[in-house]
Design a protein around this ligand. Structure first.
Ligand code: ASP
Length: 396
């Protein structure tokens, strides 16, 4: 039985066990089951920095020239921006039809909101003052920048030395992928243990009142993945949707259960190369960048939630406001960190930009975990699709 099927089984079992446990069983789940899930997530997280750093140096040096990197970088960013804007529009369209929140009463208190960093702050933050500190804190963007500089440095020394350093990092990258493979063999158990407490906590009583938002989100995510991603992948990378989803299934499931693009990154990097045949140069650049800036699922969520909140408060959104949501939503999704719950905080920024009441956040906060599972799954699939498409373009 393939690993993805085993994970899928674990997922179904976890739903049954979680529903059986319910809120009464929650203390037991938290004490005995959740820690095992946490160990699994920690094991994957342990590999994020080593995988990203070593692969990126190998990728950068095998590109050979900086012009090619510039071209790949530009294509990647354009692809990410366009698909993200499309994602919000899809979110709007589906929410326009299902009308989530119409007739719902307002309750709850808004969670505290932190201000989003400005563009210049993000830019400054990308340059590591101490690369080891960035590694310790697993800040992916500064690590990418550092690896790019080291890669550039390696390309400037004489071939003899170049060979030694590249050979070393290449071997390290291989070792990292082997470790990821071992960790992934525990995925069925890890996924089960991660999910049982979530299901026990978010039983029908929590989810049912907001079922319209959950269904709207699910429809939009499925549409975006099947139409936009698999359409683009089969058109531009000439890859069948079957092959694409088969290759992506493991990290999609890990993203779904962990709610973290960053945690799914090492597996994404391994499988995109091994199962989908993407070159290390492209995978090592496009995927870590995607895990930090490409969040189409989060963008869909912003579109749906702002419409939902507008509906609940009986506010009619004008065309201008919707355009504003597409714009700020795209930017906010770029600024969203690939960690659980980050999208909810960035949603505040979008609501603020069009003057929607922040109290609305309290409504979605209760079901955020479930929405996060769906959006993170879409987020990582978008990165894989970009890697396949860009790699195919480079081969030609
Ligand atoms: N959890 C998401 C991710 O890691 C980010 C979000 O909260 O939207 O991709």
């Amino acid at each position: 039985m393939s690993l993805s099927i085993q994970i899928l089984f674990a997922l179904i079992l976890a739903v049954i066990a979680g529903l059986g446990a319910g809120t009464e069983g929650l203390p037991f789940c938290n004490a005995w089951i959740a820690p095992i899930g946490k160990i699994f997530v920690n094991l994957i997280k342990m590999m994020i920095v080593p995988v990203v750093f070593t692969s990126l140096i190998v990728g950068m040096t095998s590109l050979g020239d900086t012009k090619k990197l510039g071209r790949i970088g530009l294509k990647t960013v354009v692809f990410y921006l366009c698909t993200t804007a499309v994602a919000i529009v899809i979110g709007f369209a589906v929410a326009g039809i299902t009308e989530p929140g119409v007739g719902l009463a307002i309750a709850g208190k808004a969670p505290a909101v932190k201000a989003a960093p400005s563009f210049m702050e993000v830019l400054v933050g990308m340059i590591p003052t101490n690369p080891l500190e960035s590694m310790v804190k697993a800040q992916i963007l500064p690590i990418i920048v550092f690896a790019l500089f080291i890669g550039y440095g390696i390309l400037q020394v004489e071939p003899e030395r170049q060979k030694i350093v590249v050979g070393f990092f290449d071997a390290c990258a291989e070792v990292c992928y082997k470790v990821v493979a071992v960790v992934m063999s525990f995925a069925p158990v890890g996924v089960f243990c991660l999910l049982v407490p979530v299901v026990a906590k978010n039983g029908p009583a929590v989810l049912l009142p907001l079922i319209s938002v959950i269904i709207t989100m699910a429809i939009a995510c499925v549409l975006h993945t099947t139409i936009v991603y698999s359409g683009l992948v089969s058109m531009l990378a000439k890859m069948s949707p079957m092959k694409f989803f088969h290759g992506a299934s493991e990290h999609m499931l890990v993203a779904f259960t962990t709610c973290s693009s960053a945690a799914a990154l090492p597996i994404n990097m391994k499988n995109t190369q091994e199962k989908l045949g993407v070159s290390r140069e492209v995978a090592s650049f496009v995927l870590p960048l995607g895990a930090t800036i490409n969040m189409d699922g989060t963008a869909i969520y912003m579109g749906i939630c702002s419409l939902f909140i507008a509906n609940v408060f009986g506010i009619h959104l004008t065309m201008n406001q919707m355009m504003m949501i597409v714009l700020t939503g795209t930017l906010a999704s770029i600024g969203t960190a690939g960690v659980p719950g980050a999208g909810l905080i960035m949603l505040a920024m979008v609501l603020q930009s069009v003057g929607l009441p922040l109290e609305g956040l309290a409504l979605v906060a209760g079901i955020d975990r479930v929405l996060d599972m769906m959006r993170t799954c879409v987020n990582v699939t978008g990165d894989t699709a970009a890697a396949c498409i860009i790699d195919d373009g480079e081969k030609e």
